[in-house]
Design a protein around this ligand. Structure first.
Ligand SMILES: NC(=O)c1ccc[n+]([C@@H]2O[C@H](COP(=O)([O-])OP(=O)(O)OC[C@H]3O[C@@H](n4cnc5c(N)ncnc54)[C@H](O)[C@@H]3O)[C@@H](O)[C@H]2O)c1
Length: 346
C-alpha cells in the first residue's frame, strides 16, 4: 500500500509534536513538506524532523510538492482558509482543535470537505487515549448504567502562545484548553448539550503580563444535556504544577474514573521529612502520548481505506458551539441555551 504523503501546516508546538509522531510512530504517513511563514520555526522543525521541502505558505507547497493530505496545526483564525483550500485541492484534512472561531467557518470547512470528497478528522486525541477509549466502551456496554453526572477537569502548566490568550483570536481557554473536556463530555454522555452556565476568573494574568480584554485563567462550566445528564467542567491554565486531566462519571449503576494526578508509577523516597515523591505529567504530550500516536494512525488508516474517521467535523462544530455558548454565558452573566448560538452565529 502506498504511503499517505502528508504536508504539515504549522511548525509550532503541535506542528513539532505531530511531525515527531509521524516520523517515529506512523510509518504509513510520510511527511513530505512543512509550511510556516515564520522562517526560524520552519527551519528549526524542518531540521529536527528532517523535512527538506519547506514553504512559507500552503499555496507554495501545493505548487511544488505532490501530497495526499494536510495536518493543520496553526492558530485558530487560520483554520477555515487553510482547510477549505486543502479540500478544494483534493487533500484529506486532519485539523487541530478548535475547529474554527465561528460556526459559519465550521460550516465552510464541512461543506468544502464534503463537496470535494475528502476526509476531515478533528484533533480530539482524548478519544484515542487508551483510558478514555476503554471508559467509553465500558459505558457503551452498560457497565455503570445510564450516565447521570460527568466531572471533567483540565489544568495546563503554562501560558499558551500569545494569540491563544486573546479571546478575539482564540475564543479563550474554553476553546484552547477545555475544548477537549467539552468534546469528551458530549461523547461520554452520548447526548446533545442543551444549556451552559460559565463563571471565569483571572488570578495570574496580570503578573504574567496578559492584558487582553476578558482574559481568564480559571473557568468553571455547568452543562445540561438533553438526556438529563449534567457535566461540570473546570479549567486552570496556567496552573504551574504540571498537566492534569481527570474525569469522573457517575452512572445509575456505578462510578468510573479516568486519569490520576500521578504521572508515572514510580515512587522515590530519599528524605523522611519530604516523604515519598512521585512524578506528575509535565506537559500534554506526555499525558496523551498514545492519543497523539493513535489519532494520526487512525487518520492514515482512514485515508487508505477511504473511511469516515471516528472524530468528525460534526464533533468539531459541536465543541465550537459549546465554546460560543459558554463565552456568551460568562460575558452576559446568565445561562445560555445552545440553540441561541446555533441560530445566531451564522
Ligand atoms: N490537541 C492538542 O492537545 C493541542 C494542544 C495545543 C494546541 N492545540 C491546537 O493546535 C493549534 C496550534 O497550536 P500551537 O500551540 O502549536 O500554536 P503555535 O503558535 O505554537 O504554532 C502555530 C504555528 O503556526 C504558524 N502559522 C501561522 N499562520 C500560518 C499559516 N497561514 N500557514 C502555516 N503556518 C502558520 C505560526 O508561525 C506558528 O509557528 C491550535 O489550533 C491549538 O488550539 C492542540
Amino acid at each position: 500500500m502506498a504511503n499517505v504523503r502528508i504536508c504539515m501546516i504549522g511548525a509550532g508546538r503541535v506542528g513539532k509534536l505531530h511531525s515527531g509522531t509521524l516520523r517515529r510512530h506512523v510509518p504509513g504517513g510520510e511527511l513530505v513538506a512543512l509550511v510556516d511563514p515564520f522562517q526560524k520555526v520552519l527551519d528549526e522543525t524542518g531540521d529536527q524532523f528532517e523535512i527538506d521541502r519547506r514553504f512559507s505558505s500552503l499555496e507554495q507547497a501545493l505548487e511544488a510538492v505532490d501530497f495526499d493530505a494536510v495536518v493543520i496545526t496553526t492558530p485558530t483564525p487560520t483554520h477555515r482558509d487553510l482547510a477549505v483550500l486543502a479540500a478544494e485541492q483534493g487533500k484529506h484534512v486532519f485539523l487541530e482543535k478548535p475547529m474554527a472561531l465561528t460556526l459559519a467557518e465550521c460550516d465552510d470547512i464541512m461543506s468544502a470537505t464534503a463537496r470535494h470528497g475528502v476526509i476531515l478528522q478533528m484533533g480530539f486525541m482524548r478519544r484515542f487515549d487508551p483510558d478514555f477509549a476503554a471508559a467509553w466502551e465500558r459505558i457503551q456496554a452498560g457497565e455503570i448504567g445510564e450516565v447521570m453526572i460527568i466531572k471533567s477537569l483540565t489544568h495546563g502548566p503554562g501560558l499558551p502562545p500569545p494569540w491563544a490568550t486573546d479571546l478575539k483570536t482564540s475564543n479563550g481557554n474554553l476553546a484552547e484548553v477545555n475544548s477537549h473536556d467539552l468534546d469528551t463530555a458530549r461523547w461520554l454522555s452520548a447526548s446533545t448539550p442543551l444549556r451552559m452556565y460559565v463563571e471565569v476568573a483571572n488570578f495570574k494574568g496580570a503578573e504574567r503580563g496578559v492584558t487582553s480584554d476578558h482574559y481568564y485563567d480559571n473557568m468553571f462550566a455547568t452543562v445540561k444535556f438533553e438526556s438529563g445528564a449534567m457535566a461540570s467542567i473546570s479549567g486552570v491554565c496556567p496552573c504551574d504544577y504540571g498537566y492534569d486531566s481527570r474525569v469522573e462519571i457517575v452512572g445509575k449503576k456505578g462510578i468510573m474514573q479516568i486519569g490520576e494526578l500521578k504521572g508515572e508509577s514510580i515512587v522515590v523516597g530519599i528524605d523522611r521529612d519530604q516523604g515519598l515523591v512521585t512524578p506528575i505529567f509535565r506537559r500534554w504530550p506526555d499525558r496523551f502520548r498514545w492519543g497523539y500516536i493513535r489519532e494520526l494512525e487512525h487518520f492514515v488508516d482512514c485515508v487508505h481505506a477511504e473511511r469516515r474517521p471516528i472524530v468528525t467535523g460534526e464533533d468539531g462544530r459541536w465543541a465550537v458551539a459549546m465554546v460560543l455558548a459558554g463565552t456568551r454565558s460568562f460575558l452576559e452573566e446568565r445561562p445560555v441555551y445552545l440553540q441561541e448560538v446555533i441560530t445566531s452565529n451564522g
